[in-house]
Write a protein of this length. Sequence first.
Length: 122
Amino acid sequence: MGAGAGRPTTRPDARAGIGRRQWVLAVGALAAAVPGLVYGLDGYYGGFFVPTVVPLALPPLLGRFPKVFAQACVVIALALVTWSVIGAVIAMYVFLPSAALLLLAAAAGTRRAALAQGRIQQ
């Protein structure tokens, strides 16, 4: 019996959760919303801008759960696009880049890249 007997063999770089690229895109979506928040807080409708940005903080916190992370990114991005179109009169369109970054974060999964490169089978 060797020193590693009975333990499952895994790669040392294998870890559960989302990839670094996904996390960076999700944090980037939050960072991209900050100038829009600052711009909106100046106006009469500033109270609408804060609840719009708050859900953007959720996806980076879900890094340990890749499936929930992707679902949260898509749901928040679609809600943000809808709200941006409805609230275009009060300049809610400043949050559209954040929605695009969230959709990219959901699509940038490491499993998809491995499937595309043929390293794993579906």
